[in-house]
Design a protein around this ligand. Structure first.
Ligand SMILES: Cc1ncc(COP(=O)(O)O)c(C=O)c1O
Length: 387
């Protein structure tokens, strides 16, 4: 079977050996040096000033939204545009934290929200939380510019797009902040884990407070002194003083160790996935049963799964059956139009009717694009993509 996830880590055997050694030697397993090290190295690799390591991509989203609320950059009741084609825990934090989600439809050619879709809803929204779907993005520089012009807080859910680039810039570097997932099967695995990146110092400090209990213990000395002075807290009571709304989204040293270990393979993993994507994309382009994507504006696309959109329901059933019969694992293209999901229908009455996202849900599927795919598996997949 060609499964979506082939291994828990890149270079799995060696990584497991090193992990076993680390566990035998380590004295502290709660968040400490390994995590701090990973944050520093990840920020550098992503070309961001700050990185905050958390327990998952989902908690990264939750902590980020809460931190923006704590800072007053967003307010309860604000309308926030988000990609209708996304993952549940992209939009759930908006709903959980009292914001009003406004679904934005995707462009069929990029699977992502385009500047023109945002322009249509611009007067209605205060914030924009876009998902960079499966290693791709639309014209994200234009989107950033629209947001700046309209004073809209723009943040990126980059959980599916580590390493992809537009105009020489990594995805995840266009918004005020961006989130990443290190769940097994994503580009870089720490078993469970996530990251929030930003260049904004105030937001960084609030993220540190919001990640763990609302206390100041993880702030730098200057920021710590400042907050203690403002609140008239001495060093004794500072241990248990909680300044703002928060969670416990702490990662462990095991996750930190794995992050540091896997980071050395970033370039290799990203470029192999990009090479596979290019190859699959060229085969897809030769078959007129499929809707072609247009991603000519992107420098590099690295994803963990390859989306296929068929022209109609009958055709998609043919290919789905073909893939399953040949032992290739397939899944829907993430959560489809999130407006059609039971949790969304339960809480949100107003729908925006995202026809393209519906189309993708009904006529699409994805299969694995992991760096361990071998020649035989790649040839099997290429054969299945023929008309
Ligand atoms: C777009 C997006 N956001 C958030 C998440 C959540 O990440 P995690 O599984 O690490 O919680 C995912 C997970 O696949 C995702 O695809």
């Amino acid at each position: 079977m060609i499964k979506l996830i082939k291994s828990s880590f890149y270079n799995e055997k060696d990584t497991k050996k090193k992990l076993a050694k680390f566990i035998l030697k380590a004295k502290i397993f709660s968040m400490k040096k390994e995590c701090a090290n990973f944050e520093k190295k990840f920020a550098k690799k992503q070309s961001r000033r700050y990185a905050v390591f958390v327990s998952s991509g989902s908690t990264a989203n939750l902590v980020l939204i809460q931190a923006l609320l704590n800072l007053g950059k967003l307010k309860k009741g604000d309308r926030i545009g988000f990609s209708a084609l996304t993952w549940s825990t992209n939009v759930m934090p908006l709903m959980q934290l009292g914001l009003i989600p406004i679904a934005l439809d995707c462009n069929l050619k990029t699977l992502n929200v385009s500047p023109s879709e945002i322009e249509k809803k611009i007067s209605k929204i205060k914030g924009l939380f876009l998902t960079n779907v499966l290693g791709m993005a639309d014209e994200i520089e234009k989107i950033k510019e629209i947001c700046q012009r309209n004073k809209i807080i723009f943040i990126e859910d980059n959980c599916e797009s580590l390493g992809s680039r537009i105009s020489g810039k990594l995805l995840g570097n266009f918004g005020l902040a961006s989130t990443f997932s290190f769940f097994v099967g994503h580009h870089l695995s720490t078993i469970e884990g996530g990251m929030i990146c930003t260049d904004d110092e105030k937001l960084y400090q609030m993220l540190l407070i919001t990640r763990i209990h609302g206390w100041d213990r993880n702030l730098g000395l200057i920021a710590q002194k400042e907050i203690r002075t403002t609140h008239k807290v001495d060093d004794f009571y500072a241990k248990y003083t909680f300044y703002d709304l928060a969670f416990n989204a702490r990662p462990t040293e095991v996750n930190g160790f794995l992050g540091n270990n896997q980071l050395q393979y970033w370039d290799e993993m990203v470029s192999i996935r990009a090479k596979h994507f290019k190859l699959f994309q060229s085969i897809v382009g030769q078959n007129d049963d499929f809707v072609p994507l247009d991603l000519s504006h992107m420098d590099l696309i690295s994803n963990f799964a390859m989306p296929i959109i068929c022209k109609n329901k009958k055709t998609v059933e043919k290919y789905k059956k073909r893939f399953i019969n040949h032992g290739v694992e397939i899944r829907p293209i993430i959560a489809g139009n999130i407006e059609m999901q039971p949790f969304y229908k339960k809480y949100i009455n107003k729908k925006t009717y995202c026809l393209n996202s519906n189309f993708i849900h009904q006529n699409g599927f994805y299969f694995a694009n992991n760096p361990e795919l071998n020649k035989k598996e790649i040839n099997t997949i290429i054969g299945l993509l023929a008309k």
